[in-house]
Structures are given as C-alpha cells and as structure tokens.
Design a binder for this molecule. Structure first.
Ligand code: 5GP
Ligand code: MN
Length: 333
C-alpha cells in the first residue's frame, strides 16, 4: 500500500483536480490500460471506451477491461469502441500507464486491482465523494454529474475533437448517472446539448440503457416489491424502505433488471433511505443505498466497507439478509 492510500484526505485535497497532469501523462504514454469497475455501469464503460477511442486515434496502444463479470452487460454492447475491450485474463501486467475510470477505490477493480502495482504510472479519473485517491495522479471531481463529464473537461484541455462515436460513449454515462436528467446542475444540459449536436440518437441510447427489459422483469418486480419492508423508525425516524432480491427471484434475468429495482424502491415517500439487497451467485450480497436529502449514504456505505456518493452508495456483505438489515439499521443511527 502506498503512502497516498493511507493518508486521510482533507476536504481541500478531495476537491483538487489535476487536469493538466492528467493530459500530460496521457499524451506521453506509450501504452495504456483502462480499467472500469466491477459490475460495470454505463458511466464506467462509457468513460473507458471514450478515452480508449481517443487514444486509439492518436496511435497509442490501448486496452479496456473490467474484473467481473466476464461479459459486458447487454445494454452496453451498442457503445462504440467495444473492439478495444479485452477479457480480464488478458489484461497486460506491465503497462506504461494504467487509467481507472469511475472507481472510488482499488477494491472496485476486483481481480484486476493487482495491475496497479505493475503499471509505470496510474491515473484515477472519478467523481465519487468517497474516492480514496489510490493513483499517482488523481483527477477527482466530486461535483461532476458523471465520470464522463470529467472526461469531457479533460478532452477539452487536451484539444480532443469529440465526434459522434466518442459523444455516444460520453452521453451514455451522463444520461444514466443523472437518472435520465433528474439529478442535474447548471451546465448539465449544456453538456448534453453539446454531445447531442454531434448527431447521436439520445432517445435510442437512453431507451437501450434504461428502458429496455425482457418480459420476465415484470414478474420479478412483482415478487420482489411485494416483499418490500418499511421501517419508519429507522434513520433517526426518517425511515428506511428495503427490498431483497434473492437468486431465486433472478432466474435468467440480467444485471440491468436487478439494478432497476432500487429506482422504484427509492421513490417511497415515507422513507429517507432506500436499500436493495442483491444476492450474488456465491451467496454474498451487494447492497444499493439511496437517500433523498438529509442522510449521506456514502458515509454509511463507507462504514460498512463500501462507498459512493452522498445520495447513492453501495457495499458488499457476507451475512444473512436479516443480519445485513440489522447492521444497516444500526449504521443509520
Ligand atoms: P449502485 O447501488 O448503483 O450499485 O451503486 C451506487 C453508487 O455506490 C455507485 O456510485 C457505486 O460506485 C457505489 N458503490 C456501489 N457498490 C459499492 C461497493 O461495493 N464499494 C464502493 N466503494 N462503492 C460502491
Ligand atoms: Mn459514475
């Protein structure tokens, strides 16, 4: 473990960005590996593929990978640049520059975390509040809507021409991480407009990523939502609502169907905090947390071994569902 990883960070450090250093290290790289987080979403893949396309055009050898699962989620297979993806087992051990995108900690790299040790330089590009700054260079902007928004700022300084293929990847991260433009700030729509002006089909990208599920999604939702629980006294009386997705509920459904459940559960008006417990094939659980205004779930998830953003965070746990709920309620105070 490096000194940087052990040092606790002041608020000032967290907000510091290193755009010129990031551009310089990319400009000078002779080979680049880009790592996305495990159980990848469209922000990590969109950021990774956009950067990979730009490097490919500059003639710099590049590969993109994620530690798990083996296959790219189906909804992301239309993104340009997937020809630059390689299976985790084929990721080079010695690379000039390793870039991680949308990863708040080294653990989010899963089985590929060891590649940090053997890379010449490491560049961490992210927007997570909980980022541990595990790179040599850390380009972290917690105020950014998505990691793809951070990548755009870097491209602008670098003088990159954002064409339709690159814009498609960048828009994928923006539309998903803003909850289809629910969680926006000044500048979000201007960025979307700029990407759309390249000619990409925003409606098609959003439909494929967010609004396309097989019929089997409906009975799964019905079963899982029927067993949702509301604990009005939890979180200091602000309320917790949660649902549990067991392997038996999942059948052949994809990660896209499983990840959609939290967006329904979190709308419950009687609860400030929403949780979905997702059972993995090995019996461990991934927990998604969401809050609305008062509770910082990145801190709650951090206490339980994970991380994330103020209003959206997660962690993994190995225990029974009942034990996970008990420790979550304890952590919420
Ligand atoms: P989701 O609930 O959509 O899986 O994740 C919500 C947010 O929490 C994302 O920004 C994600 O990066 C973060 N997150 C989810 N699971 C984990 C985890 O196990 N560890 C860490 N550090 N962050 C997580
Ligand atoms: Mn993100």
């Amino acid at each position: 473990m490096t000194h940087t990883q052990e040092t606790s960070l002041s608020e000032l450090d967290r907000q510091e960005v290193h755009l010129p250093q990031a551009v310089a290290v990319l400009e000078n790289a002779t080979s680049v590996t880009i790592l996305c987080h495990i159980q990848p979403d469209a922000d990590t893949i969109g950021s990774g593929l956009a950067l990979a396309l730009v490097l490919e055009r500059k003639g710099i050898p590049v590969q993109v990978a994620f530690g798990a699962p083996d296959e790219l989620p189906e909804s992301m297979r239309e993104l340009p640049g997937t020809h630059l993806l390689v299976p985790a087992s084929q990721v080079r051990r010695n690379v000039d520059l390793l870039v991680t995108v949308d990863c708040g900690s080294a653990g989010r790299l899963g089985r590929l975390a060891d590649r940090l040790e053997t890379a010449g330089e490491t560049l961490v590009i992210d927007h997570h509040r909980s980022n541990t700054r595990f790179g040599h260079i850390n380009l972290i902007e917690e105020s950014a809507e998505s990691t793809t928004a951070v990548v755009v700022r870097m491209f602008d300084l670098w003088g990159v021409d954002i064409d339709a293929d690159v814009a498609h990847c960048l828009y994928a991260g923006l539309v998903t991480d803003t909850g289809a433009f629910r969680w926006v700030q000044p500048g979000t729509h201007a960025l979307a407009e700029r990407l759309l002006a390249t000619g990409i089909d925003g409606a098609r990208i959003a439909r494929r990523l967010l609004d396309t599920h097989p019929f089997g999604w409906l009975p799964m939702l019905s079963e899982v939502l029927a067993s949702a629980k509301l604990l009005p006294d939890a979180a200091g009386g602000r309320g917790l609502v949660y649902a549990v997705i067991r392997q038996a509920n999942v059948g052949g459904l994809r990660s896209e169907e499983i990840e959609s459940v939290i967006d329904i559960v979190r709308t419950t008006s009687e609860a400030e905090v929403a949780a979905v417990l997702k059972e993995a094939a090995d019996g461990s659980w991934a927990v998604s947390l969401r809050s609305k205004s008062d509770v910082d779930v990145s801190l709650v998830a951090g206490n339980l071994g994970g991380g994330g953003h103020r209003f959206a965070a997660g962690y993994t746990a190995t225990a029974t569902a009942a034990e996970i709920v008990t420790s979550l309620v304890d952590s919420l105070g």
